[in-house]
Design a protein around this ligand. Structure first.
Ligand code: SF4
Length: 331
């Protein structure tokens, strides 16, 4: 019996998709959070680790049932066995809700702007949370949101939602685009942790893939992260760095050190290339297993150097670990 370890998880993550045998497929459910929005995914747990893979019939990986166990195979060779994890809402241990399923920006790696989806009302959000509570699975709430009209309006919306959710007395994580004074406003509303994603620490790539973020430059996001650490404290602020946009390992290392030095935990996120974005992301490549492992180990060492603790994170991706090779928790 082979259980998942960091090496196997890195191999699976570098592919990112799996073809799932019909009988194992959970009810059709598409991700409504983050860059993977709009695609169906499946969570697999093994050896104390977890991975989220997108369901894709063209994947070189296949998930099958074998002798009563769930096995992931590559080219008919068994790679790893484990269990499919049910989700509460988007995520196995968290109620993870996207408030605005649309965005005025057009970051080239993200499928949210292409969906022009709905903006959930507070009643709809409360219904999702109540459902999790009824099932006895309400432990953590994480919220994310595109930007329906402007970053400031979106913070207003998120603050209102958080105020309505404070009654549940569970940790609340928020992953949004920052706005002026957003950390103080979110903290006062009852938020436990924030994530403002810088997406890439390479200036040239940022300007190319995040163009159109008027007034919301990489510098603004970094300033907002610095402010967030003052408000939420170390170990409660994180930021995604996408891996696979063409950046060098050295730029990732410098970016990780820059963030860690200011008390921010970097989340290294392998790029997801939506078929709708293939043209714009011609040069993007999903990172190899070796690259994932070496960048994750580098991040682990950097976190240690700056005395940051992934295991203290209670919400969002650092607690979930499904999409990334998370330092400390995975390797
Ligand atoms: S790691 Fe983050 S984006 Fe991925 S499934 Fe978990 S909570 Fe969602």
């Amino acid at each position: 019996m082979t259980l998942m370890d960091a090496t196997i998880k890195a191999e699976l993550l570098s592919i990112g998709t799996v073809d799932v045998e019909e009988t194992l497929l959970p009810p059709p459910r598409t991700s409504t959070a983050g860059p993977g929005m709009g695609r169906q995914s499946i969570f697999f747990a093994s050896g104390g680790l977890r991975i989220r893979l997108e369901v894709d019939i063209g994947s070189p990986l296949k998930m099958v049932r074998k002798n009563g166990r769930v096995v992931i195979q590559r080219g008919n060779q068994d790679m790893v066995e484990g269990d499919i994890e049910p989700v509460v809402a988007h995520c196995p241990d968290q109620v993870y809700i996207t408030i605005s399923e649309r965005c005025i920006y057009n970051c080239q790696f993200c499928s949210v702007p292409l969906s022009q989806g709905k903006i959930k009302t507070i009643d709809e959000i409360l219904a999702i949370v109540e459902n999790a509570k009824r099932e006895g699975r309400l432990n953590v709430i994480s919220l994310t949101s595109g930007i329906a009209t402007s970053p400031d309006d979106e913070i207003d919306r998120v603050v209102e939602v958080v105020r309505a959710l404070a009654q549940y007395k569970v940790p609340i994580g928020v992953a949004v685009h920052p706005a002026a004074n957003s950390s103080r406003r979110l903290k006062d509303a009852g938020v436990t942790e924030v994530k403002y994603s810088v997406e890439t620490m390479d200036h040239e790539i940022f300007d190319r893939v995040c163009r159109g973020k008027k007034g919301h430059t990489q510098d603004f996001i970094l300033e907002s992260l610095r402010d967030a650490v003052q408000v939420f404290g170390r170990n409660h602020v994180s930021s995604n760095i996408i891996i696979g946009l063409g950046e060098t390992d050295e730029s990732v290392r410098q970016g990780v050190e820059f963030l860690a030095k200011m008390g921010v935990i970097p989340v290294l996120r392998p790029i997801s290339i939506s078929h709708l974005r293939k043209e714009a992301l011609k040069t993007a490549t999903r990172p190899s297993p070796e690259r994932l492992i070496s960048l994750s180990k580098m991040t682990r060492d950097m976190l240690e150097k700056y005395n940051l603790r992934v295991d203290l994170s209670q919400t969002m991706c650092l607690a979930c670990t499904g999409c990334d090779l998370t330092p400390v928790r995975d390797c």
